[in-house]
Design a binder for this molecule. Sequence first.
Ligand SMILES: [Zn+2]
Length: 497
Amino acid sequence: MTRAKQDGGLGFRDIQCFNDALLGKLSWRLINNPDGLLARILRGKYCKYNPILEVQAASNCSHGWRSILIGRELVKEHLGWAIGNGESVKIWSDAWLSTSHGAQPMGPAIEQTRDALVKELFQENTCRWSTDKITHLFPELAPQILSIKTSSKGEPDNRIWLKHESGVYSTKTGYQAALKSRTIDAGTGDQPAFQWAKKVWEVNAPLKIKLLIWKALHGGLPVNERLATRLIIPSSGCVRCGEVETITHVFFTCPFAQETWRKIPFKRDILLSGIQHFTEGWSLVQAEISFPPTGLNTGSLAAWVIWSLWITKNYWIFLERTFSEQEVATKAVVDAKEWNAAQPLKSNHLLVKQGREPEQKFEVICQSDAAWKKESLTAGAAWKYTRRRDELNRSTSLIFTFVKSPLVAEGLALRSAMEQAILLDYKQISFESDSKILVTAILEGSHISDLHGILADIRSLAGAFTSVSFHWVPRNSVSSVDVLAKQVLNAFVPNMV
Ligand SMILES: [Zn+2]
């Protein structure tokens, strides 16, 4: 199982960590979607009395359940909370102070407050921090706590995976976390693991293909050589050429594979006949650059060729359908292009409209922007409403304190602009911001732990308009609100308490 490191081989530890990371994915789903079908079944069977995060493995439980609990340990180790309404999070026992590492206040001082919830630190009947309570209870943590921007609309708290800024668990970050804790256990530095991530997980291709490559790298594919050893089939020969069919043979050294690779529009010819291991072949083809017309990134097309070779081999075996080398190569190029085209565009202009396309002259355009000072963690926010119909032009600016990043400042500005627009009874509105990260998160519904409360509010507030859209615009088109935000920030003198 363990090949030499210079061959790009992978240690047993890597496989175990990867396994744990996959199991972690399952646990993550159970924790976050407790009403899903699988979760309901498992809960009924194993977690009748205890939530999944606390249940212990019974001596008679199944192997599958035991595995899930292994994954749970990995997830649990790096689980935190993003605060929305503070109703689900315990002050003293849950990790809620940071979105990047597990942190909670030390305590509690007295028994009666042991199970106190975060919402008890809010002002009466709101989701706003009570500065009095916080400075009284945690004088040294006050800035950190006040910089957590809660949901003003009372949206729920969210469990977050602390190993990614989105707060969402992925097999990749789970693997990195598992590897790290094992590395710490073993007390050794690790070079090849990074390589491995690069060779497999960072390839621009769908997960199914990365898994195929990962299995191939581990010698875990059912090729004839293996099946014959285990007496599943009589011959270990390749159906195309009769030589022993190893994994390396299927993908690189079989004359059929070599001819397929030759048909791929790479910039230079590659010589595959002498390849000894899959890792060697993969490193070679992965580095190849394809000709511009395909428009594909390095590594991506090679991954699709691997996929095509495998799929068409299975067609041959199971359906007795054969393909020519040209067909396999064309399939790879076409599939790769299609897949790449379907990926979310990281382009400059994002646009989504809810409801009917409004007549432009009725629509209010709202531009928001923020300025931020690192030394004082304060932000100036400004926004401006304009409308063509009646030459509406109205702007507002506001100061925010305890703001931990420019991104949070942008979020606060947009949320405030939305709240005021609702009060002003604007129905058709289009919000423009120069923060690409913010607008992308809104449009794609993706998560950012530091913005949890704010994003939840923005999504909820959006429902108040008959027509609403969000756009990213370049910085220079919001220059007038940018000036306002800077003005209010520079005029602000922090309270020297
Ligand atoms: Zn062959």
